[in-house]
Write a protein that binds this ligand. Structure first.
Ligand code: ADP
Length: 459
């Protein structure tokens, strides 16, 4: 590396000064002719230039390397080579080389640490962001990028105001309070723009004494509580539904008892009628309690699939026999086409009997007078598909996805009149789930419905 001409000239001037002064003195005292004296001065200047050229160029190199160290980008690798010269400048270069090496090591440790921390944050399932003192995003982990990128038209999160990325007053308020010095705040908010998603967010101050305005100031850690809130809501709805379902027959029973004690005290005909009605209401309550117990038992075992070999053809035939009085009463024929069920299926016999009892009973209940219910089985690979097909009134599309919810009925009064509890299909779904099978419902209003269950053949 060549030294700058200005530096070279100045150094040569300084180095040649004593010689040049001596020559000028000789010329001045007429001991040297001016011509020879000037040539001699030029020689001294040239000689001095040649002497200072190398140290100057080495110094320039050292200064360049120092500048490079200052401007080094955070993730750059320091690539220094040891000096091969000796002397004072060689010592400086050697010290510089040692500095470069230790600087490089420190930087590598630092950037490895940052990278490891980022990998760690990216592995967190919960979204995490950090903000500077102006509530601008400095960092977002992978979960936060997935959650927030593209929301409100913001693609690049870093550098954006939090208020542009998350338009949730609760969290913005918490951030401004924490930035004003209040301690950690926890708030809950719900995104409603795509699918409803509820989060519990912890807004925490990051206290670093040396932090500048641009450094991380506040941390927000979000935890998805959608499933939790939904489960809480479902539990509350369930308790409300059960209470409601039981209260109705109980209120009737209390009314009948009062009537039997009062106005119908001496009326034997009325007493017989009221006792019949009371029996109907108690049977209804018993059915609801039995269905609830079945549901909870199946749910409790849902994670362990049953593995008995069940003769499904026989099981369904028994169920059909059991329902024969009901089908005769409603003038609905039940036809079984189960010849494909040669091999047993994997399952639990009582649960499968309950599943098909609920489906066939519904088909009879909601079937038309004089119509037929067909139960047919087909086999594909290692799976049996059993369909219960009725020619009833069918179900409108908007109800189909909700039929397996507890207590969901298309027509509550009609279901009650037919002795329904609103739990039959919920039980069917949970039994199918436990058997790792699938329940599909197809229906055309005015034509009929098909409920299909898949079950694995036993191996
Ligand atoms: P329920 O005891 O009321 O029959 P289910 O859970 O068995 O309760 O069924 C839920 C609702 O689904 C019923 O109330 C009825 O509205 C509808 N449903 C079930 N099966 C049929 C069917 N085969 N045809 C028409 N509607 C049906």
């Amino acid at each position: 590396m060549t030294p700058k001409p200005k530096h070279l000239f100045m150094a040569a001037l300084v180095f040649s000064a004593p010689g040049a002064i001596a020559l000028i003195a000789l010329i001045a005292t007429d001991r040297l002719s001016p011509g020879i004296g000037i040539v001699a001065i030029l020689f001294v200047l040239a000689g001095a230039s040649a002497i200072v050229f190398y140290p100057l160029s080495r110094l320039r190199q050292v200064s360049r390397r120092l500048e490079a160290l200052i401007d080094l980008p955070p993730d750059a690798v320091v690539d220094a080579s040891p000096p091969d010269d000796s002397g004072a400048i060689g010592d400086v270069a050697a010290t510089l080389f040692r500095l470069e090496r230790s600087w490089g090591r420190d930087r590598k440790q630092l950037s490895d640490g940052v990278r490891a921390a980022q990998l760690l944050f990216d592995a967190l399932p919960d979204p995490l962001v950090t903000l500077d003192s102006q509530a601008r995003l400095i960092y977002a982990n992978a979960a936060a990028r997935t959650l927030l990128e593209g929301r409100n038209g913001v693609d690049d999160l870093v550098g954006r105001d939090l208020s542009a990325v998350i338009r949730q007053p609760a969290i913005l308020q918490a951030v401004s309070e924490v930035q004003e010095g209040l301690p950690t705040r926890t708030v809950e908010f719900t995104f409603t723009d795509r699918v409803d998603q509820s989060f519990e967010a912890r807004v925490e101050p990051i206290r670093a004494d040396s932090a500048s305005e641009d450094d991380a100031h506040t941390l927000i850690l979000m935890h998805d509580v959608t499933a939790l809130r939904r489960a809480e809501q479902m539990r509350a709805d369930f308790v409300a539904n059960v209470s409601h379902e039981l209260r109705t027959p109980l209120t009737s029973l209390v009314g009948f008892i009062e009537t039997l004690r009062g106005p119908a005290k001496d009326d034997t005909a009325a007493q017989a009628r009221f006792l019949d009605l009371m029996e109907t209401q108690s049977t209804r309550m018993t059915r609801i309690v039995n269905d609830l117990l079945s549901l909870s038992r199946i749910e409790m075992n849902e994670h362990t699939p049953p593995s008995d070999a069940v003769d499904l053809k026989q099981t369904i035939a028994t169920v059909a026999d059991l329902l024969a009085p009901q089908s005769r009463a409603r003038n609905v024929g039940v036809e079984l086409a189960l010849d494909a069920l040669i091999l047993p299926v994997m399952g639990q016999a009582d649960e499968l009997a309950q599943l098909f009892q609920n489906l066939i009973e519904n088909a009879i209940k909601y079937g038309r007078d004089g119509s037929n219910v067909r139960v047919e089985a087909t086999i594909q690979d290692d799976t049996a598909r059993i369909s219960v097909i009725d020619q009833g009134e069918g179900i409108a599309r908007e109800h189909i996805s909700r039929l397996t919810e507890r207590f969901y009925r298309v027509d509550t009064a009609r279901s009650r009149e037919l002795g329904g509890t609103g739990l039959g299909l919920a039980i069917v779904k949970h039994i199918a789930n436990r058997h790792r099978g699938e329940l599909t419902i197809q229906s055309e209003p005015g034509v009929g419905s098909t409920f299909t269950v898949t079950l694995r053949l036993s191996d």
